[in-house]
Structures are given as structure tokens and as C-alpha cells.
Design a protein around this ligand. Sequence first.
Ligand code: ATP
Ligand code: 5RP
Length: 687
Amino acid sequence: MALIPHELLRDRRFLAGLLLRLAAILLLVPRMQPDWSSLFQWDAPWSGDEGVDPLDSLYGPVMVALKAPFTAIGTLADSLLGTGHSLTRFALGLGLIIVDYALLLVLRGLYRDSEDRVVLYYWLSPLVLFIVYWHGQADLLPVLLTAASLLLLRRSRPRAAGAMLGLAVATKVSALAVLPFLLIFLWSHRRYRDTVPGFALACGAVILVLLGPWMVFATEMRQMLAAGGELHRVFNLTIHLGEGQRLYVIPIAYLLLLYGAWHVGRMSFNLLYTVLGTAYLVLLLLTPESGGWYLWLVPFLLSYQLRAGRSGVALTYGFAGVFILLKLLVAAAPAVPLLGLEPVPKGPTGLAPEPSQLATALLSMFVALGGILNITMLRRGFGENDFFGIARQPLAIGIAGDSGTGKDTLALALGGLFGEGAVTGISGDDYHLFERRGKLWQAFTHLDPRANDLEAFSRDALSLIDWRPIMCRHYDHATGLFTPPRLIRASDVVLVTGLHALYAPALRAQLRTAVFLDMDEGLRRFFKIRRDVHQRGHTLEKVVASIERRRADYEAFIRPQREHADVVFSLLPADPELIRDFDHMGPVPLKLRVRLRNPIGLDRLARLLIALCGAQVDVAPAMGSAAAEIVVDGNDVQPEDIHLTALQLVPELEELLARNPAWQTGITGIMQLVVLQQIAELAPKRR
Ligand SMILES: Nc1ncnc2c1ncn2[C@@H]1O[C@H](COP(=O)(O)OP(=O)(O)OP(=O)(O)O)[C@@H](O)[C@H]1O
Ligand SMILES: O=C(CO)[C@H](O)[C@H](O)COP(=O)(O)O
């Protein structure tokens, strides 16, 4: 992989940003910049901000490790050439640009859909350029590590994400503020819940290994950690209750935000970024003079800028502009040795002892803008969250159809998309009234509603859709007997399958998507006979007789459910010759007819199936109704292509799918895709 991707090298905005940075490290010596000859101390001998605790400017061992090679090379060059600290400073400046560039790459990964705009909003961000290169703050490294942790989380690598956050904390303790939010986020998603221990252990282990020895052996580091670095500032703002009692405002705000995040239940990644941004923004607006902390806001502000539209972007630039004005007013300008402007000698603070009225006015305006930004960020974050409405109610999918039409096959395939912890199922077969040897089967077929406890089936399905667990026996097709009842817990997705899954109106009303499975009758006979004879141990004659006997009940009770379906799938044999032989055990090439009640999006689906999956698709309006149909031939379509198509069709899918969704090959994979497209089309936020 190229060190700098081609598209960046061709991007003028990227090159301009790079030039600006190079010029800055050549020309400017920010007042905050450290005495580079010390690995631990970032406070320059000439800086002397008297009001600032020297421990504030200490970083953890990871920062020291980053500085070490640059310091070594620079110091060597300086001592050989007699150039004072200039080359050390330049080498460290280069190190900073490398970290800055790495953060650009991480942010491009994090906001993959908007890579292009990330260059504009991050690489040319006035806030970043000012804080890092003019003001001289070096918090970029812990911010990079925190953003990398989020990226790893998004890429389903929870342990690596935990370790990365541990690294961030070992760089600067402020990164700890992110940890509780990430734990809540992971816990709130059933599909991520099992990753919480791995994430937390990896994070804790890295912190222990990296900070443990320092805590024991390095006095400065111990002091810094004991003082929480700059963290003591969060206790600056208090409310007097009288009689000597005070409240710490920022910890209260932080805890309330944590509670809010917990209460939301199921956050999307975007809402997670919003909440993290809000947490940092509250912290920043209510703490004095912490320029470098604003870098912590940058990745989350970027998430907002990318989604907010013009007014949101203008608000963020206004916010950054006032911040810069304020800092220009109250903080000393950097030295420019090449122009003969030397660093301010230690002594005068460079800060106005009493802020001027203008500075106070600007600060007030800044806090007001920050407050507005906070509100708009939260409003958008919450407004866009939970696209599929799962926080309110599990997403229930009904799958009905005749015996052998592929209900279990489809349910299993869909289950693989959502992930084990996130999906639960209820099957109509478990509600047959009699076991296989039951005499009453001579009077009824399984298709007759009277032979099934449909009331209990609906009641139990509705319980699961209301987050309540059920006790349910299971019909074992291997023995023809019921097993003792077992507990079925509710989950994010509830798959309701069965001959009568779309039969009861009350249940139908609660289904987010209703699927009916049709099948070419020759193909169904072939599949059913093959399965019942070879897997379920029935005789050929018995299966054929049962198929004939059920025909009338199919027309009376099963087929009418088709009218209630959002999606009707009909599987057709691509090679009718092949299914004449019931002993043929190999794969059967299929075609799929898809009929959608709500045809919006069908054309797009067809186009993407052709373009991205290489499938053959015929589009036709369904006869005599507003629905539309497509026929798809795509037995060789690969799971990766279907996954890609799904993300194109429904960007929000990431909120719903398992960490590693199991897409199927060919027609079954296309059925998975269509169901997901329908779920998105009918999602509450889409209406
Ligand atoms: N999408 C598919 N691709 C390939 N084969 C399929 C597909 N759907 C169904 N089949 C075939 O049909 C057979 C029956 O499918 P399945 O058991 O899923 O049907 P069902 O509707 O759940 O049946 P029943 O109601 O009798 O339990 C399977 O064993 C399989 O061979
Ligand atoms: O229609 C069916 C399922 O939808 C089955 O035929 C029914 O469940 C009976 O199963 P088995 O033949 O294993 O006793």
C-alpha cells in the first residue's frame, strides 16, 4: 500500500495543507512548545506560564516513545552543527506532522463514505492548524490513538480497539473519558455485548503494562497521574450551595451524559460520536484555558460536519473562528526565529493578568456558540439514531409459506446476518397440536389452523416483540415428538416463521416485514421429497401422499397469506430436467422471482444486482396491481458482492448487521439482500 494514497497526492487541498504544516514547523516556535531536549517535560524554559501547573504539560510513556527517535536524531544533528535546538524542534515538528497525517488516514477510514470531505474539514481545519502549529499543543497523538480505537471497533476488532484505547490513555489520561461511553455502547448492542470483556481486558492490560512501571519508578509521571494531568481542572467549576457546601459541575454533567447514553439503549456509531463530542464540548466550555483539549473534539466535530449540511458546517467554522480570535487575544504569538523574532523569555506570562472586556465578550460568545453547537449536534444525533427503531421494539420479520418452500432456510440465512446474540426465533411447527403419531392427523393436515395452537403462537410471538421471554416446547422433526418447554429470550430481531406466520391480524400488525414463500410446485415436491426422505426418514410414498392430501388446505389457509406479504419470493428451477430425479443430491440452480408490495427502490435494487453482483435481472410490473416483480438469475453471485450491494442500498445497515454478517452465495444471498432492503424501506425513520 502506498504511504500516501494516489487520490491524496492528486488532491490540491491535501498538498496545500501539507505545505502549510511544513512552513509552520520551519517558521514558528509556538510559545507552548517544550524544551525539546527533555523527553519528559514539555514546558519550555522560555515559556513560564506562571498560572499553569508544570505537571499539566506532561504526557505518558507512549508520547515519550514517539518523541525519543525524533529527539535523538535532532539533538545529534544540532550538536554536530551547533544549531541550538532548531533541528530538534524541526525533527519533532515532522513527528507531529506524521501523527497529524496518520489521524487524517484514520478519520478517512472512520468516515469512509465521505473520505473526500474529510480532507477539507480535517486537513484544512483552522482549529487543528491553529492549535497544533500556532499554539503548539501536542494532544494530537492521544487523539489519534483514540480515533484509531474507534476505527478498530467499527471494523469489528474489539480487543485491538481496547488495546489502542489503552495506548491512548498511556499517552494522556484524558482519553479515559471515552472508556465508559464505549463500554455502554458495546453493552447496549446485543451483537457486541460478548466483546465487552475482551475490549475492557485489553484496555486495562495495556494501561497496566505501560503505566504500571512508570507509576512505580518515574516520579514525574507518578505526580502527573496522581494529579490526573490537566484533569484537576474539571473540578474548577463549582456551585456554592451555602454553608460551605459545593457541587462539582463538570463531573455532574459528565455523569448525566453517561446516564443519557445508557438510557438511549442502542446507539449508532454516529450517535456515539455525537455523545463523545458533546461530553468533550461540555468539558471544554466549562474549563478555563485548555487549548489543546479542543483537539479532542475534532474527530467528533468532523462527524457532525460531514452530516450537518451547510448551516451546521457554518456553525462549526464560526465556533472555530471565535476560538482562534480569543486565543490570539489572550495567548502569546509564536516566535519566528527565521525573522529574528525570538521566543519570549521566561518570566512574563504572556497572558493578560485580567482578561480584557473584549476577551470576556469573546469568551462569552464562544461559550454561547459552543452551547448552540452542542444542542444542534445532539438533536441531529438523536434524530438520526435508531434508523430501524429497534430501541423501541424488536425488529420482527414474518416468514410464511407451504411446507418445503424454504422458510427455515431463509430464517437461518437471515439469522446469520444479524449475529447470534442479536436474533431470536419462534417457529410455527412448535405449535402443532399433536405429535407425529397423533390420531387426529387423520382428520386434519398440518396446514389446517385448527391443528395448530395459533393463539399461543401469536401470543408468544407478540411477547418476544414486546421484549418479554417465553417458554416454548419444540417439535423435533427427527423424532416427531415435542421436547420439554425451554426458555426463549427476546432479542433485537425476532424471526417468526411457520405455515401460518401471517395468519393472525394482531401478529401481522406487529411485523416490520412480512415475507411469503412461494415455490414452483415441481421444485417444491423435489425439495420436500429429498429432505423428508433423506433427512427426516419418511418413505417416498408417504411424502407424496401427504403432498396430495394437503393441496386443498394450502389453497384455503396458506396461499391467502400471500396477500399480506411485503415480499413474495418464488423459487423456480433454472434447469427443470434436474429436478425430475429425487435422488439428485447436488446443488440445484435456481431463479428467483421477487414481488414487492412497495416497489420503491426495486429499480435501484435491480440496477445494483446487475452492476455489482453480475446477476441477470428482468423487471416487470406485476399483473393487475401496484406491486412490481423482478426475476433474478444469479446462482454464482458471491457473498462479498452481495455485502457490497447491501451497503450501497442501505448505508444504515451497519447499525443492524452482525460484526461479520454471513452472506450466502447465489439466490439465498439475494433473498437476504431483498429482505434487508425491504426492512430499510419500511424503517420508521424512512417514513
Ligand atoms: N433458497 C434455497 N436454496 C436452495 N435450496 C433451498 C432453498 N430454500 C429451500 N431449499 C431446499 O428446500 C428444502 C426445504 O427447505 P426448508 O426446510 O427451509 O423449508 P420449510 O419451508 O422450512 O419446510 P417445513 O415447513 O416443512 O419445515 C431444503 O432442504 C432445501 O433443500
Ligand atoms: O408442514 C410441516 C412444517 O411446516 C411439517 O410437515 C410438519 O411440521 C410435520 O413435520 P414432520 O413431517 O417432521 O412430522
